[in-house]
Design a protein around this ligand. Structure first.
Ligand code: NAP
Length: 264
């Protein structure tokens, strides 16, 4: 199947693809699934709740059958570096094995800006993401790795995980946050462009302190919570003084926080 897309003067014929979204039921996964379906692609939603487990390989052969590209936006949250590295490495190996078997030609991974920065090493989860990137690079499957900064949605998610009644803990971080929907569209662009290796880092338009950003979002929602900024042990100073900001060559994409809040 094909569809016609008008880009300025050019009329392109883009082939529709069959895309498996690992983590397709999660926050980012749902946005990627919607973006891909809106663009006319055929989507396979892969998560444990749909019978696919990347930690064991269960269900992947069926999920990848006839698939052109796999987008990995799954997650496994732990701050124990050993556990994070073990999970992400073995999951990446299971995924690559199933991709080889199914003849998948493109693996797209969502990662985090500067996850391999030595200043952030004490944050074990980032060691897991860096190990996941290395495993994808070594897999032999043509790949694109897109790193994004923290999303606007990150603050609310943290509040839901680290909220205790009227109080919530929020990490002290200086970021250049981006809307999750912008990241989802960018992931779809990566899929449509084909394997590109490391893509330019994706960030939002303004530098923001995560606790202040979260406070603004909750206030605009009419939610009352006392936010207590906390430092991530061993990486706190780096996180609040610029280690999470993208370097030269990154892409900056809207909306701004204000535009994002107004649109919701
Ligand atoms: N939050 C941010 O600001 C940010 C910034 C940059 C990059 N990222 C990256 O974005 C990715 C997605 O994050 P998210 O917040 O959208 O995650 P999420 O909402 O927690 O969703 C995680 C997804 O992974 C699936 N999953 C978990 N374990 C699985 C397993 N063993 N096998 C198969 N599926 C599994 C979950 O479904 P089941 O539970 O049904 O399995 C769910 O669909 C993460 O890799 C994260 O590192 C996040």
């Amino acid at each position: 199947m094909s569809r016609l897309t008008r880009t300025g003067q050019n009329v392109l014929t883009e082939a529709m693809m069959r895309i498996a979204v690992l983590g397709g039921t999660g926050l980012m996964g749902k946005l990627v699934v919607t973006a891909a379906r809106d663009a006319g692609h055929d989507v396979v939603i892969a998560a444990r709740s749909t019978g696919v487990d990347i930690s064991t390989g269960m269900g992947m052969d069926a999920a990848f059958d006839g698939v052109d590209a796999v987008v990995d936006v799954s997650d496994h949250v732990t701050n124990n570096a050993k556990k994070a590295v073990a999970f992400f490495e073995s999951a990446a190996e299971n995924i690559a094995k199933a991709e080889r078997k199914a003849g998948v030609k493109h693996h797209v991974l969502l990662s985090i800006v500067n996850c391999d920065d030595p200043r952030l090493k004490a944050f074990g989860y980032y060691q897991g993401k860096a190990a996941q990137e290395r495993a994808v690079e070594a897999s032999g499957i043509p790949f694109t790795i897109l790193r994004s900064t923290q999303w606007f949605e990150f603050g609310e998610k943290t509040v839901s995980v680290m909220g205790f009644g009227p109080v919530a803990l929020v990490p002290r971080m200086l970021s250049r946050p981006v809307a999750a929907k912008t990241v989802a569209r960018s992931l779809l662009n990566c899929v449509e462009q084909g394997p590109s290796g490391r893509a330019a880092d994706l960030a939002g338009p303004e530098d923001l302190e995560i606790p202040a950003m979260t406070r603004t979002i909750l206030q605009r929602r009419g939610q009352r919570k006392l936010l207590i900024p906390i430092s991530v042990p061993g990486a706190g100073k780096a996180m609040r003084s610029g280690a999470l900001l993208p370097g030269p060559g990154s892409m900056s994409a809207g909306p701004t926080l204000e535009e994002w809040l107004s649109a919701r």
